[in-house]
Design a protein around this ligand. Structure first.
Ligand code: N01
Length: 553
């Protein structure tokens, strides 16, 4: 490993947490603008979520041509994706390629966990301490901690007594796990479970899937990318970039049809749904009728189509019935898969519906339910994440008057942010893809670029105008949070339980964690804030301070 900086400087313009998509670009853009920056990263290399999350079968559910940076044509053209949906090793290689090309590692400290970041009001600086004993200061504190990086480890009775191998999908070991000849159990059937289950089924002696809630999953229809198709993008890069950044929901190019599902006859609908099902990926929902996420009757037609597909694919009717979801399609994040439903036609796979046959405890030998004990050699927890707020609240972040972010948000019950980027009481702090921003509702790297560029422009503005402090006002936060709630309330996901609302975590207050107004509207609002002189922010100029605090270098 190269990098792992521990130089003598302890005061920076900016400290950034995380060396994933967010932290790498933030570091690059600030460095190019002449700011001194340091990234702290818990992993031993770059990648963020894509460094930790590496279970077999992991592929991103965004298409690869959008799942990268677009800020540099040279960088874009220096990389070639192999398939439609990128697999985790390829994404990790891509981020290493970026770090190497831009020579980023020299400003990253690896294997380092930021424990606390406290705002020193007297000096207008953040004091950042790491678990490894470092303490640095910075004018600006920027989090690039990811939306889905804090693992949800279930508190099932007896879990610590289990004698077999146990893995969480988001903290997969950096070695190949041998499932051959073993009895494997998987708990959880979200995106992670649905991707890992077909692979484990092929390799193991027997696989038992413990399913609490059946999910809707659509075929990915993954395939190798045609070199001609890629060349065409490269040849028209400017148009492509403009389209992705300014005309789409961050890479979701397919625009929905301009009509309700209820305007078509059942036969027409069947043809449309079949077409999108065969195209593969999430386009089935986002690219077909325009009211599937808001109109229950329209939604039911799409849900019915998928239910019939399950009954068609899964040969055993009783198993198929267990796999049929009972909530509106899209109320939880849609999953895309390769051969998931087909896996239940295998003789070495069993499906346990844990709503009927509940898990009582984990024993030293395996999983004990209300019916029996299942002996398991390898237990895989595909139980997801404490999303959005979870990664931030794992760090002791304290703003003015020593108030922590946890206290300010009341653990999430009173979640209020300004644009998902800033918080009142927490000056000079920015949260890349923070809660109440579009974050995960599109192609994440494209959203990250928008946030990073907005923050960089803001920091330049602070330097040029001799501003030592920028802080979101309570009023602006109030208005933004109200707006975020209003736009979300039209969609099913707002009222159903999932990680989108925090309902997957025991004791976590339920609330809207993502901005559902669409990426273009969001971008427009962020731009308006800038054009109106950082409307909604309170700015403190150096000339108005008695202590003449230093500026950003
Ligand atoms: O997590 P999830 P995930 N006992 O929360 C169950 C992204 N991602 O890691 O639905 C028993 O969706 C839980 O049951 P229920 C993607 O955005 C992307 O799969 O709460 N079961 C559910 O079945 C995705 O949406 C990719 O009733 C328990 C499962 O565990 C997000 O990450 C790949 C339980 C968790 O599903 C999260 O996906 C992977 C318990 N105590 C992830 N606790 C791609 O890009 C939870 N469950 C393709």
């Amino acid at each position: 490993m190269t990098g792992n900086v521990k130089d003598s400087s302890i005061d920076f313009d900016a400290v950034i947490i995380g060396a994933g998509f967010s932290g790498l670009y933030m570091l690059h853009i600030l460095r190019e603008a002449g700011f001194t920056s340091r990234v702290f990263e818990a992993g031993e290399n770059v990648g963020g979520v894509w460094y930790w999350n590496r279970y077999p079968g992991l592929r991103c559910d965004s298409e690869s041509i959008y799942f990268n940076y677009t800020f540099s044509e040279k960088l874009y053209k220096g990389w070639t994706w192999s398939s439609r949906y990128p697999e985790q090793p390829e994404i990790l290689s891509y981020l290493n390629y970026v770090a190497d090309t831009l020579d980023l590692r020299k400003d990253i400290t690896f294997n380092t966990w930021v424990e606390s970041a406290h705002y020193d009001e007297e000096n207008n600086k953040w004091v950042i301490k790491t678990k490894e004993g470092e303490c640095v200061t910075a004018r600006l504190f920027i989090t690039g901690v990811g939306c889905l990086s804090a693992a949800n480890i279930p508190t099932i009775k007896g879990i610590e007594s289990y004698d077999g191998e146990i893995y969480h999908t988001s903290r997969w070991p950096h070695k190949q796990i041998d499932f051959k000849g073993k009895r494997v159990g998987v708990i959880g059937t979200g995106s992670s479970g649905i991707q890992v289950i077909p692979i484990i089924a092929q390799e193991s002696k027997h696989l038992t899937v413990f399913q609490r809630t059946p999910q809707y999953t659509l075929p990915a229809n993954n395939h190798l990318l045609d070199p001609e198709y890629l060349q065409n993008i490269m040849d028209n890069f400017e148009n492509f970039r403009n389209e992705v950044r300014h005309k789409t929901n961050g890479g979701f190019i397919t625009k929905p049809l301009n009509r309700s599902a209820l305007e078509d006859t059942p036969e027409q609908r069947e043809r449309i749904y079949e077409n999108y099902w065969n195209k593969g990926g999430p386009h089935f929902l986002s690219g077909s009728y325009n009211d599937l996420s808001t109109n229950p009757e329209a939604n039911e037609t799409a849900a019915e189509f998928v239910k019939n597909k399950i009954l068609e694919i899964v040969k055993d009717h009783k198993i198929a019935e267990k796999l049929i979801p009972t909530f509106p399609i899209g109320a939880k994040r849609i999953v895309i898969d390769t051969g998931y439903y087909e896996t239940y036609n295998r003789v070495n796979v069993s499906l346990i519906d844990t709503k009927k046959e509940q898990i009582i405890e984990i024993t030293p030998k395996g999983v004990s339910t209300t019916e029996r004990e299942y002996e398991i050699d390898v237990l895989v927890l595909a139980t997801g994440y404490d999303a959005m707020t979870g990664p931030l609240l794992k760090i002791d972040i304290r703003g003015k008057s020593d108030i922590s972010l946890k206290e300010k948000w009341d653990g999430g019950a009173n979640l209020k942010t300004y644009l998902g980027l800033a918080n009142s009481g927490f000056p000079n702090m920015f949260t890349i893809t923070g809660p109440q921003s579009p974050s995960v509702l599109g192609t994440v790297p494209i959203f990250i670029e928008q946030h990073v560029e907005w923050i960089a422009e803001c920091i330049n503005f602070l330097r040029e105008n001799e501003i030592v402090e920028i802080e979101a006002t309570k009023e602006a936060e109030e208005v933004w949070s109200k707006h975020a709630h209003e736009v979300a309330s039209k969609f099913f996901y707002a009222e159903h339980d999932s990680w989108y609302t925090g309902a997957n975590i025991e004791g976590k207050p339920k609330g809207i964690l993502v901005y559902r107004g669409g990426f273009q509207l969001y971008r427009k609002k962020c731009d308006e804030v800038v054009n109106n002189g950082y409307e909604g922010f309170q700015l403190t100029y150096r000339k108005n301070l008695s202590n003449n605090n230093s500026l950003i270098h």
